[in-house]
Design a protein around this ligand. Structure first.
Ligand SMILES: O=c1ccn([C@@H]2O[C@H](COP(=O)(O)O)[C@@H](O)[C@H]2O)c(=O)[nH]1
Length: 235
């Protein structure tokens, strides 16, 4: 996982996924993120197909429900042979603990338990939205640190955050925790709906463990070239 670049497969069809994968390289060296769009369309068979081809799969379903429901869902997710998955840290420590237990209980004997990553504040949330819509009196960084501390205590393996928060997180939460960062934009990319962004180079300087990159790769004229450039800049 250290220094992986996860390509976010936010597509509405399998054909588009296969077209992209044909350009990216060996499955064993390729990290992919499957989110709600593909999962709700094609279900877990599609996830298992890519796992069986040798891809490292990050299943990003961002579970957020009562602890028992999350426990049962995590138990099912653990059968898929994926590399990591997500929950919302805002669900609280009991829910995070339940997710971790579900992943452990559901992992078939001999397989690795998927890593559990807790989403702190989505990278589409700005300081202004945090204050005005979530009525949070903490700064963005302090709120992310607080959620990460809760997630770590409850057994998560790492968090999803912006690269902008990683330096402080490493100091206050520790380097023995994963900091996986979306919100990655090249200096010439559009920001789209992302608010807390950084380039791959900056993310590397701040200490991100892994990057998540969608549209800058998937909507590029030459996705393979951009993917290679991002990997080179980050590794
Ligand atoms: O805080 C978060 C959590 C998850 N994401 C996901 O990452 C990708 C980013 O895609 P881009 O096209 O590079 O913006 C996307 O799948 C999100 O669901 C995030 O952006 N922020």
């Amino acid at each position: 996982m250290e220094k992986a670049v996860f390509v976010a497969l936010d597509f509405d069809s399998q054909n588009k996924v296969h077209e992209l994968l044909a350009k990216l390289g060996q499955p064993q060296e390729t990290y992919l993120k499957i989110g709600m769009e593909l999962y709700y369309h094609y279900g877990s068979d599609f996830v298992e197909k890519l796992v069986n081809q040798g891809y490292h799969i990050f299943l990003d379903l961002k579970l957020h429900d009562i602890p028992n429901t999350v426990y049962q869902a995590a138990r099912q997710i653990a059968h898929l042979g994926i590399f990591c998955t997500t929950i919302h840290a805002l669900g609280g420590s009991e829910m995070i603990y339940a997710a971790k237990k579900g992943l452990i209980d559901g992992t078939p004997t001999g397989n690795n338990t998927p890593k559990l990553l807790a989403v702190t504040e989505l990278t589409s949330i700005s300081e202004k939205i945090l204050a005005n819509e979530q009525n949070c009196s903490l700064s963005m960084t302090d709120q992310v640190v607080s959620l990460a501390q809760t997630a770590k205590k409850a057994g998560a393996d790492g968090v999803i955050c912006s690269p902008l928060e990683v330096k402080k997180l490493k100091k206050q939460v520790g380097s023995d925790f994963l900091y996986v960062t979306p919100g990655i934009r090249l200096s010439n990319s559009t920001t789209d709906d992302q608010k807390r962004i950084a380039t791959p180079q900056k993310a590397k300087e701040f200490g991100s463990s892994a990057l998540v990159v969608g549209r800058p790769i998937t909507q590029a004229e030459d996705p393979a070239l951009v993917y290679r450039e991002i990997k080179k800049e980050f590794e």
